[in-house]
Ligand binder design. Structure first.
Ligand code: M1P
Length: 251
């Protein structure tokens, strides 16, 4: 391809794309990425995990030098050329008044429902989202499985989300049931497409390619994979990412 490095941005999801799920990046992939890919294209990583998790899976703080762009938490934190250039949080974005109205409503709602088991930590406050769990996050593994089955039959989470959507029509929030005992709540657009507004600011990439494995509807790569600003690549595993990069860059 006749592009210069600064003409083309390759953005990678982490889990399942650069690394096997929750595993550390393979040496072979690192060598290929840094020696073969980076001289030909600008490279970035965007993940739902925080920066510490990225350090763990991508071989430590060297990524600050090796990747041009690093976007933990879908880009709520932004590192460019090894330097933090910005950060955003749900508390800053919503403001304390809205946040407390939401938290108070959730706690009141949960105090008024009866389910087979309740434990503790019904709301986990994270930088970019609230995680709400009707049973409570500090349930045991067995209790987790039990709640999951109960919820499948009784739609506890979906019913709660319907009530919240109705109550908070004035706040632009997305509700997502991704796991077994909880659901995530975050501002609209705070999926992986969030990083694109930073990646495109003051740059003039001719092409932005995104590589991810969870690109089907409901997957956390879906929105950025489908976004009109990117050319999406669905990969099945890190080896497939290497294979598709070789084809794209004619290596
Ligand atoms: O990754 C999917 C979900 O995993 C966990 O959900 P749960 O504890 O309900 O199984 C949470 O980390 C949640 O935020 C996440 O979306």
């Amino acid at each position: 391809m006749a592009f210069q490095r600064e003409d083309i941005l390759l953005l990678f999801d982490m889990d399942g794309t650069l690394t096997k799920s929750r595993a550390v990046i393979e040496d072979e992939f690192k060598t290929f990425l840094y020696n073969e890919v980076r001289p030909r294209a600008t490279i970035g990583v965007v993940g739902g995990s925080d920066l510490e998790k990225m350090f763990e899976q991508l071989n430590g703080q060297e990524i600050l030098q090796k990747f041009d762009y690093i976007y933990p938490e879908n880009g709520l934190l932004q590192y460019e050329n090894g330097v933090e250039v910005g950060r955003e949080s749900i508390s800053q974005y919503l403001g304390e008044e809205v946040l407390q109205r939401f938290i108070n409503f959730v706690l009141r709602y949960l105090s008024e429902i009866t389910i087979p088991i309740k434990r503790g930590t019904f709301i986990e406050f994270r930088n970019g989202m609230l995680n709400v769990s009707p049973i409570g996050r500090n349930c045991s593994v067995a209790e987790r499985k039990q709640f999951f089955e109960y919820d499948r039959a009784n739609y506890i989470r979906q019913r709660m989300i319907d009530v919240l959507k109705n109550e908070f029509q004035d706040v632009d929030l997305t509700y997502s049931i991704g796991g077994e005992i909880s659901f995530d709540v975050f501002p609209n657009g705070w999926d992986k497409t969030y990083c694109l507004k930073h990646a495109t600011k003051g740059t003039s990439f001719k092409e932005i390619h995104f590589f991810g494995d969870k690109t089907d509807p409901g997957g956390n790569d879906y929105e950025i994979y489908m976004d009109s600003r990117t050319i999406g690549h669905k990969v099945s595993c890190p080896d497939d990412t290497i294979h598709q990069l070789k084809e794209l860059l004619k290596i």
